[in-house]
Design a protein around this ligand. Structure first.
Ligand SMILES: Nc1nc2c(ncn2[C@@H]2O[C@H](COP(=O)(O)OP(=O)(O)OP(=O)(O)O)[C@@H](O)[C@H]2O)c(=O)[nH]1
Ligand SMILES: [Mg+2]
Length: 323
């Protein structure tokens, strides 16, 4: 996946150190002292400029990402904020080029070429250090985007519900995924993917962070990742209720969230109540991921949907715009 290939974003100091080292090597090749100083400035300018441009080029074009991954970047960092930092890097590359080229011309005619050389390096270094925060931020983005799971075009079950209802416990039971399970909300903070083979086909299970029943604008970055998966990669949704309310949230709120998702999500939603070892309500099939009761039956219901779904494209490929 493209997002895995973004290389480390260097800090301002790293960019300067490397560029100066490269320039020093080049400088040694010149016997004339003035020529050597000019070569040094040109070399620093090019090295810094090229490194900055490379950073921008290695980031994906966000508008070309699939809706799911675009939604993930938006949820985690905000696409505009990332674009702003990339814009700052472009600004620094352009200014390095301008300042460096201007100073290199001055070196040639200067009385004291060494002084001009030092001034040129100081000016370029100042430009690069002005974007140090952007470079650090972009490296943070890079590190996080690399961890995003690969979503394939296999039949995909997205598991959703309130926090702490047993979503991760379910995916652990039915697939190879091993998410953390804990008796408090928001244990799962990102999207987790697991697989299960049924005959010749594989099913992809996507565990999501818990969602709260609240207005969209109040939802945090963790919840918005869950929505991204529900909206963009689900062939079918398994919505888990916890009627025992040991999750810490009333059943009524959980049902409100279900009603909202029914309006938002295009994929069919299958509802199940978990923690049947503690409590059950009428109307929904029941299971317990603790003692395993009902889990097999729910799995069968989910897999029945598999035959009726067309295969999707991989989530990292932008669908063509329909005329
Ligand atoms: N009694 C009982 N407890 C369960 C059952 N399933 C899960 N639990 C417990 O409920 C708690 C939450 O389980 P998780 O699987 O982490 O829940 P989650 O929905 O993934 O939680 P978040 O990631 O925080 O949204 C854990 O303490 C589990 O042991 C069940 O069927 N019965
Ligand atoms: Mg979880």
């Amino acid at each position: 996946m493209e997002l895995e290939k973004i290389p480390t974003v260097p800090t301002a100091d790293e960019i300067m150190d490397r560029s100066l080292r490269r320039a020093a090597k080049r400088m040694k090749e010149k016997t004339n002292k003035d020529r050597a100083n000019e070569e040094f400035v040109r070399s620093v300018k090019s090295a810094v400029h090229d490194r900055l441009v490379a950073i921008i080029q290695k980031f994906p074009v966000f508008d070309e990402l699939s809706p799911f991954y675009r939604e993930m970047v938006e949820a985690l960092f905000g696409i505009d904020r990332v674009k702003q930092s990339l814009g700052a890097v472009a600004w620094a590359a352009w200014n390095t080029h301008l300042v460096g080229s201007g100073e290199a011309r001055l070196v040639r005619h200067a009385e004291e070429t060494r002084i001009v050389r030092k001034r040129a390096v100081a000016r370029i270094s100042s430009i690069v250090h002005q974007i140090d925060k952007d470079l650090l931020f972009l490296n943070e983005v890079r590190n996080r985007l690399r961890q995003l799971p690969e979503i394939s075009d296999e039949f995909t079950v997205v598991i959703a519900g309130y926090p702490n209802v047993g979503k991760s416990s379910f995916i652990r039971q039915v697939s190879g995924a091993e998410p953390e399970i804990a008796p408090y909300p928001f244990t799962t903070k990102g999207i987790i993917v697991g697989h299960r083979s049924t005959g010749r086909r594989r099913v992809q299970f996507v565990d999501t962070p818990g969602l709260l029943d609240r207005p969209m604008e109040e939802r945090n970055r963790i919840e918005r990742q869950a929505l991204g998966a529900l909206l963009h990669v689900a062939d079918v949704v398994l919505f888990i209720l916890d009627p025992s309310e040991t999750c810490g949230y009333p059943l009524e709120q959980q049902l409100h969230l279900l009603a909202e998702l029914r309006m938002l999500v295009k994929a069919p939603i299958i509802v199940v109540q978990n923690k049947a070892d503690l409590a059950t309500v009428p109307d929904y099939p029941a299971m317990s991921t603790v003692n395993g009761s009902g889990v097999g039956e729910i799995l069968e219901v989910l897999l029945r949907e598999q035959g009726s779904r067309p295969t999707r494209r991989p989530a990292h490929i932008q669908p063509e715009i329909q005329e």
